[in-house]
Write a protein that binds this ligand. Structure first.
Ligand SMILES: NC(=O)c1ccc[n+]([C@@H]2O[C@H](COP(=O)([O-])OP(=O)(O)OC[C@H]3O[C@@H](n4cnc5c(N)ncnc54)[C@H](OP(=O)(O)O)[C@@H]3O)[C@@H](O)[C@H]2O)c1
Length: 259
């Protein structure tokens, strides 16, 4: 139980990848703050699953795109717990557009939730980690480094997120806080399965050397590793979890190498 007695905040953890991360950290002993924005029911459900593992869970509603709501969330954590050991910056949103179609509203919306929130939350999280050290992990995507269709503004926000990760890793190292990120390729969530079925997203099983798509639990395992003491010397890095897709775009998936 490496995280027994530790408190973790996972933003956007009612569903999807955030939920898998929250459950993984809880299974290793962490108490969890389940943050949500629009879907209270799924957040409460995740919290119940966490409590069934014998650890504590608290649900906090906060739109991380709004700095005042970030302050409220951290004030609540400060008042109710007085400390924080792990901060997982998972919540994200975005507007599916090409770069030429991004307007000011889409830019602000996406950057506020995906990048600005990461910085503002980390600033508050670091204060609650004062004197005890901590771990901060952000969830990025391959769109930070590769051009994906209609992903411009989200990709740009994820690139900013990875840069924030590097700066924080160095600035927070003297406080014994490890900061890293995990970048996933398309992850097989319920939403993604729907988009594939509708033909809106390509079924990447065909182009993943590992032979299947990334699932939320694959991301959660790497996040848990980065939160462990085993990863102490990894700082400011973005670990790619994509089954090999990004380094082998021209190799058909699932084919055995000829001898
Ligand atoms: N799915 C993929 O293929 C994929 C690939 C690479 C990276 N990622 C990254 O992985 C992370 C999770 O993705 P996902 O697919 O699991 O997401 P998702 O299913 O779209 O869920 C988004 C989560 O973020 C929360 N959220 C959205 N806006 C928020 C806000 N303003 N304040 C607080 N919470 C907010 C949602 O809460 P509510 O339910 O309450 O609205 C929800 O829990 C994101 O950072 C995403 O960019 C995803």
């Amino acid at each position: 139980m490496p995280f027994k007695g530790k408190l973790a905040l996972v933003t956007g953890s009612g569903r999807g990848i955030g939920r898998a991360i929250a459950l993984k950290l809880a299974s290793q002993g962490a108490d969890i703050i389940v943050n949500f924005f629009r879907h209270r029911e799924t957040a409460e459900k995740t919290a119940k699953e966490i409590q069934a593992m014998g650890v504590k869970a608290q649900v906090i509603r906060a739109n991380v795109g709004d700095p005042a709501k970030i302050d409220e969330m951290f004030n609540t954590i400060g008042n109710d717990w007085g400390y924080l050991d792990i901060f997982i910056n998972n919540a994200a949103s975005g507007v599916g557009r090409s770069a030429m179609d991004v307007d000011v509203k889409a830019w602000d919306w996406t950057m506020d939730i995906n990048a600005k929130a990461a910085l503002l939350c980390a600033q508050r999280a670091a204060k609650l980690m004062e004197g005890r050290g901590g771990k901060i992990v952000s969830i990025s995507s391959l769109g930070s480094s590769f051009v994906l269709p209609t992903y411009a503004i989200v990709g740009i926000s994820k690139a900013a997120l990875e840069a924030i990760t590097r700066y924080l890793a160095i600035e927070l190292a003297p406080k014994n806080i490890c900061v890293n990120a995990v970048a996933a390729s398309a992850v097989e969530t319920e939403a993604l399965k729907f988009y594939i079925k509708e033909g809106l997203v390509k079924d990447t099983r065909q182009v993943t050397p590992a032979g299947r798509m990334v699932i939320p639990e694959d991301v959660a395992k790497v996040v848990a590793f980065l939160c462990s003491e085993e990863a102490f010397m990894i700082r400011g890095q973005t670990i790619i979890v994509d089954g090999g897709t990004s380094i082998a775009p021209f190799i058909p998936a699932g084919k055995e190498e000829s001898q």
